[in-house]
Design a protein around this ligand. Structure first.
Ligand code: NAD
Ligand code: WQD
Length: 340
């Protein structure tokens, strides 16, 4: 298949390009580089032998999207492009609504005009809001806790309505749990701008000495050790999930949501200790107060993905920590500058 990968220079998109190429697909990346570097595609080449075609552009730019779709005929689209920082979305809601909602509307409008209807969307477990019942199944109630989550919810709503109105759409909404880790080569990984908001990049930057210590946000939750529990999924497993979807998407008319998670929950302290095992030394951390908006526990019922696509995670927490550390230690400054 020839696949359009929007946001394909980003963290999950670049890993998905690797899996796509390894599965014999052709990837064309469309990204405005607002949160990524084209260097990630050189790394895709280093890992696979093939550099995806890259077109720099913005999904809100109708002329650019239309020109792209005139130039290439695509069998499917994987739509990663979007802004994703929860805290930033609270301070810059307009930017999140405009980028994520307007961009997706322009993209999908041009896709339907060009006759491309196989569409895989990067949704998020954030659409479940504060979970009422665990593990989370796809039919759990949906709600938004912040503007970022609202954009995912609205995009899902838009996609359900569009598929309902036009039977040509085949849309799969993939609800990711917590993507972490890096390619086992150490050549590709997560390269956040500024101080990381998320646990795993924060931990790796403490371990490399860029940050002083980890703050564990709360140890008074009703969990086994008092810290929050999440479903961490290795980014290579997550990427492989997209390829499993592509193999079935022609048989999936309509719009269907599927969780991509491991089905297992780990606490923050369990992650810290697994990481200490991976690096062979203690990680400086302190217990801090709770972070506003954090749910105590969140993990997937991952059985639908296995049932529908024959996909499940293969890598556990030790590989996640090993690969995250390999990436960080080989690239202390991310894609900006590699270690010699
Ligand atoms: P990322 O920021 O690394 O990748 C997103 C890419 O989209 C970036 O390369 C960015 O430059 C590009 N982009 C943003 N706006 C664009 C626009 N208007 N036009 C063209 N390109 C644009 O993020 P990621 O972690 O790889 O996430 C990919 C997708 O998965 C996002 O939609 C995100 O919301 C979703 N998701 C991520 C997580 C996570 O924890 N990483 C969890 C659930 C869902
Ligand atoms: C994990 C746990 C923190 C940092 C976010 C988004 C979600 C989805 C995935 C996009 C929590 C704790 C964190 C730190 C800590 N993204 N923590 N110290 O919040 O589960 O999910 O990313 O869709 O929408 O909300 O991930 O990595 O930020 O936090 O103690 O410095 O680590 O409290 O319990 P989260 P996270």
């Amino acid at each position: 298949m020839r696949i359009l990968v929007t946001g394909g220079t980003g963290y999950i998109g670049s890993h998905t390009c690797v899996e796509a190429i390894n599965a014999g697909h052709e990837a064309v990346v469309f990204d405005n580089l607002s949160n990524s570097s084209e260097e990630s595609l050189n790394r895709v080449r280093a890992v696979t032998g093939t550099r995806p075609v890259f077109v720099k552009g913005d999904i809100r730019d109708r002329a650019a999207v239309s020109a792209l779709l005139d130039k290439f005929s695509f069998d499917a689209v994987i739509h990663f492009a979007g802004l994703k920082a929860v805290g930033e979305s609270v301070s810059k809601p307009w930017e999140y609504y405009e980028n994520n909602i307007c961009g997706t509307l322009v993209l999908m409008d041009e896709l339907r005009k060009h006759g491309v209807f196989n569409f895989v969307f990067s949704s998020s477990a954030t659409v479940y809001g504060n979970p009422e019942k665990l593990p989370l199944t796809e039919d759990a109630p949906l709600s938004a806790l912040n503007p970022y989550g609202q954009t995912k919810l609205w995009q899902e709503d838009m996609m359900r309505a569009m598929a309902c109105a036009d039977p040509r759409w085949h849309i799969v909404l993939l609800r990711y749990f917590n993507p972490v880790g890096a390619h086992p080569s150490g050549l590709m990984g997560e390269d956040p701008n500024g101080i990381p908001n998320n646990l795993m990049p924060y931990i790796t930057q403490v371990a490399i000495g860029r940050l002083r210590e980890l703050s564990v946000f709360g140890n008074d939750y009703p969990t086994r050790d008092g810290t929050c529990i999440r479903d961490y999924i290795h980014v290579c497993d997550l990427a492989a999930g997209h390829i499993a979807v592509l193999s079935k998407i022609n048989d999936m008319p309509g719009c269907d949501a599927v969780n991509l998670g491991s089905g297992h929950g780990y606490s923050v302290l369990e992650i810290v200790h697994a990481f200490e095992k991976a690096i062979g030394r203690p990680l400086p951390y302190r217990i801090a107060s709770r972070r506003a908006g954090d749910a105590a526990e969140c993990y997937a019922d991952a059985s639908k993905a296995e049932r529908v696509f024959g996909w499940k995670t293969k890598r556990g927490i030790d590989e996640i920590c090993r690969d995250a550390w390999k990436w960080q230690s080989m690239n202390p400054n991310g894609y900006g500058q590699s270690a010699s």
